[in-house]
Design a protein around this ligand. Structure first.
Ligand code: KG4
Ligand code: ZN
Length: 331
């Protein structure tokens, strides 16, 4: 069964073809980063318009790469949410139109479910059950995953998402959007220990997160120093150290609490090399290991949507009647 997946929740147009037997056949991504860079963040209206421009040419390129025709597609999956309403509508409309024209089933999938299943696209996928840390621009979630669709949220951010904290800190340090990768690069040359920022909520029991206090600490540091190159790098380093420590502490706690050995880390912030190495060590110390999607599938992509759609469409799920997009949609 060959599933076409469409991702348009935010600022990346991602298209992929996934086969139940052969795995991922082809994938294409168009990033709108350049379009939004001059505004310092994603402009929703520009995002939706650009998705509309890119989707069909990308679908054609993806089909060509896989040497397939539209009629070879057995089902269509799109990201129904959470995300920007207009961007979601662009993907949903194309998915429904294609499915209708080809007379195939269509299904809107949950973007965060797709993120957490992304490591399944790798050569050595994790077996269920596992603990998932989902860290993206909009979400920070610790989830106990028993199987596809069997999710128990153990903890989440009470304010900013981890990626949002990276992006806001990057902006304060004068780095370009999107801030995460630029901040990681700057932190790598930062003097450790020149600033020490709080590890929010680690002293309290539970598995929730909070990143707004950390952001305030960064604001204060930026305002109370001469922001030369060395200071910017040292602040980036202190911020990243605080985030990585916080995740290490909470993930360790969650592994102990659940008795789980396998850890999945997914979502854009999961592309952070320092975080990846640290959480691999945490999982190893707990007698298990961590699983990551390849770097390109940590951030938004069509492959994870095609994969999640494959799982659910093969279980017989499909959209029936007029199904709306869900800009806000709890996992
Ligand atoms: O999953 P994603 O592509 O989109 C959402 O679903 O939100 O995540 C984007 C987020 C952004 O906040 C971006 O700054 C962050 O992931 N990010 C990183 C890195 N690469 C992307 N954060 C820290 N380090 C990175 N290397
Ligand atoms: Zn995402």
């Amino acid at each position: 069964m060959i599933i076409l997946g469409l991702e348009t929740t935010c600022d990346e147009t991602g298209i992929a073809l996934h086969d139940a037997a052969a795995g991922l056949l082809a994938h294409r991504l168009f990033s709108q980063v350049k379009l939004h860079a001059e505004y310092g963040g994603v402009v929703p209206e520009l995002a939706s318009r650009d998705h509309i421009r890119r989707i069909l040419p990308l679908v054609e390129q993806t089909l060509a790469e896989a040497e397939l025709q539209p009629c070879d597609i057995d089902g269509v999956a799109y990201a129904r949410g959470p995300g920007l309403a207009g961007a979601l509508l662009a993907g949903a409309a194309v998915a429904k139109g294609l499915a209708w024209a080809l007379d195939r089933p269509v299904l809107g999938v949950h973007h965060m479910e797709a993120h957490l299943l992304a490591p399944m696209l790798e050569a050595d996928p994790p077996a269920f059950p596992f603990l998932a840390l989902l860290v993206s621009g909009g979400h920070t979630l610790l989830v106990e995953v028993a199987g596809v669709g069997r999710y128990h949220v153990l903890g989440e951010s009470l304010d900013d998402a981890a990626g949002e904290a990276f992006d806001k800190t990057a902006k304060l340090l004068g780095l370009p959007y999107p801030g995460g990768p630029a901040l990681e690069k700057l932190a790598a040359v930062g003097e450790p220990g020149r600033w020490v920022f709080p590890r929010p909520m680690v002293d309290r029991p539970g598995l929730d997160f909070s990143f707004s206090g950390l952001k305030t600490a960064v604001v204060n540091a930026v305002h109370n120093t001469t922001l030369d190159e060395a200071a910017r790098a040292a602040i980036a380093r202190a911020f990243q150290d605080a985030v990585v420590d916080t995740f290490a502490i909470k993930v360790k706690r969650a592994l102990v609490q659940t008795g789980l050995k396998r850890l999945v880390v997914a979502g854009g912030v999961g592309a952070n090399t320092v975080l990846r190495e640290r959480l691999q060590a945490v999982a190893g110390a707990a007698g298990g290991r961590a699983y990551y999607p390849r770097l390109a599938f940590c951030t938004d992509n069509g492959a994870m949507i095609a994969y999640a759609g494959q799982q659910r469409l093969s279980m017989g799920e499909q959209d029936v009647g007029e199904v709306e997009v869900r800009p806000r949609w709890p996992l």
